[in-house]
Design a protein around this ligand. Structure first.
Ligand SMILES: C[S@@+](CC[C@H](N)C(=O)[O-])C[C@H]1O[C@@H](n2cnc3c(N)ncnc32)[C@H](O)[C@@H]1O
Ligand code: SF4
Length: 451
């Protein structure tokens, strides 16, 4: 049994570590990768193949204090309408170079709050996307939904456009906590949103909730989880609240002394985790839960769980194209990221060019390290044979990498002939263990990578 103080000594409570939704992580991207690379990599997509498309809508009607997402509050439709025109122009640029016959295996609208679009705006956007790349047979179309910002007309429009999955923001059901984080949302509002989604045939429904919120206690998080379970979500994302007021200025509204300390955070996570497991949910990676029938649970059992910018996914597409301000695209050749500010993004697109501001071209052992990190984040283990066959890496190199990581964690990892695994007691350290394979983070910290 590994105690909390041992976990703390190994670095759990005092280090800011990436969430590893990509490798290298976005802060490592560089400005040498621009629109040229983005164009070239899109043009290299195989004709007739399927890809995934992410569309970013960086607007919300309300700005919740706790939220660290890059999003802009607006009560007016004019900026949203202007942004949609930019998206249409970006889609037109894509159409010029996208090889023939490409279809979408996945389409995701995220934000911000995509559901602040009016039904007409939603129809126009869905139509413009379909004119460039239609949904493939059996495709999944998912939308992030704020239960406060949705109604029957908008849901009908999304359903008619082919929405198959939805993700709702809940955060916590406790009224005092909701007040403290600037996000008031009654149980009834959430319940009604779920009912409206189910009535439109949504079979895969995700809910986001948070641990580590102000005033959260074991009893309160247990109560929130029970309320959530009464709504039978297919998936749950249980994120740790990230308090970063120097990046997300509105978080200054949240009193730091009302936040649980790191030991309490771990306890809150564990309380929620146990309730989901008792209720029959499968644990998915470090912070998700899914019913055994859900796609994520099935993917985990067959070893097909992946990590992308939205977190855990069963999407196996090699290409993910990101549209809109700050959106990131992934190609077999590397990553590209659009200009983060809406104004900069709009300026470039209106001038007839993609707004790619930074990115990363895969080189050296990036692909090998990316797979090790993804496998640890998804499966808590990585197989030596997969690495030697897929990447042609010599066994000695893999052994050296694993031994180096194990040494950093006092020999507590499970190292064997077949690979490396993180024992259950050490799982709270998964992001830290993944970071020990991150050559960019290591060189930033002044250490030389193991190989
Ligand atoms: C785009 S929102 C979800 C959709 C919709 N806008 C809503 O609020 O219902 C993204 C999610 O990111 C998570 N999130 C935002 N800020 C966070 C923070 N500071 N720490 C951890 N998770 C956060 C929340 O769980 C939130 O539901
Ligand atoms: S939590 Fe959702 S609605 Fe609230 S500010 Fe963030 S993106 Fe907007």
């Amino acid at each position: 049994m590994i105690t909390n103080s041992r976990l703390a000594a190994l670095g759990l409570f005092d280090t800011r570590v990436p969430r590893y939704t990509s490798y290298p992580t976005a802060p490592q991207f560089n400005a040498a990768i621009g629109a040229d690379s983005h164009r070239r990599w899109i043009a290299a997509i195989a004709p007739g193949s399927t890809v995934s498309l992410y569309v970013h809508i960086p607007f919300c009607r309300r700005l919740c204090w706790f939220c660290a997402c890059r999003t802009q509050g607006t009560q007016k439709d004019a900026p949203v309408r202007a942004y949609l025109q930019t998206l249409q122009a970006e889609l037109a640029l894509l159409k010029q170079i996208l090889p023939d016959g490409v279809e979408l295996a996945r389409l995701h609208w995220g934000g911000g709050t995509p559901t602040l679009l009016s039904p007409t705006m939603m129809q126009d956007l869905a139509g413009a996307i379909a004119a460039v790349a239609p949904l493939a047979e059996g495709a999944e179309f998912s939308v992030e939904i704020d239960p406060n910002e949705i109604d029957a007309a908008r849901l009908d429009t999304l359903a008619a456009a082919g929405m198959t999955r939805a993700s709702i923001g809940v955060q916590d059901f406790d009224p005092q906590i909701q007040q403290a984080i600037g996000r008031v949302q009654s149980y009834e509002v959430t319940r009604d949103a779920v009912a409206m989604l189910r009535a439109r045939g949504i079979r895969s429904l995700n809910a986001d909730i948070l641990y580590g919120l102000p005033h959260q206690s074991r009893g309160r998080i247990a109560d929130s989880v029970q309320k959530l379970l009464s709504l039978h979500p297919d998936r749950v994302a249980l994120y740790g609240y990230a308090h970063v007021p120097w990046m997300a200025r509105r978080q200054a509204m949240i009193a730091t002394d009302s936040l649980p300390d790191p030991q309490q955070r771990l306890d809150l996570f564990e309380t929620a985790r146990r309730l989901f497991v008792w209720d029959g949910y499968d644990e998915i990676g470090i912070d998700h839960f899914a019913t055994p029938q859900d796609g994520l649970g099935r993917a985990r059992r067959r070893g097909g769980l992946r990590r992308n910018f939205q977190g855990y996914t069963d999407d196996s597409s090699e290409v993910l194209i990101g549209l809109g301000a700050s959106a990131i695209s992934r190609f077999p050749q590397g990553y590209t990221q659009n200009a983060a500010a809406t104004s900069a993004h709009t300026g470039r697109i209106r001038a007839g060019e993609f707004s790619t501001a930074r990115g990363h071209a895969f080189a050296g052992d990036d692909a090998l390290r990316a797979r090790i990190i993804e496998a640890l984040m998804c499966d808590f283990r990585v197989e030596t044979e997969e690495l030697t066959t897929r990447f042609g890496a010599p066994r000695a190199q893999i052994d050296q990498l694993f031994a180096h990581a194990n040494h950093q964690f006092d020999g507590l990892l499970e190292l064997s002939e077949t690979g490396l695994a993180i024992p259950p007691d050490l799982r709270p350290l998964t992001r830290l263990i993944a970071r020990s394979f991150d050559a960019y983070e290591l060189s930033k910290a002044g250490h030389s990578p193991a190989i």
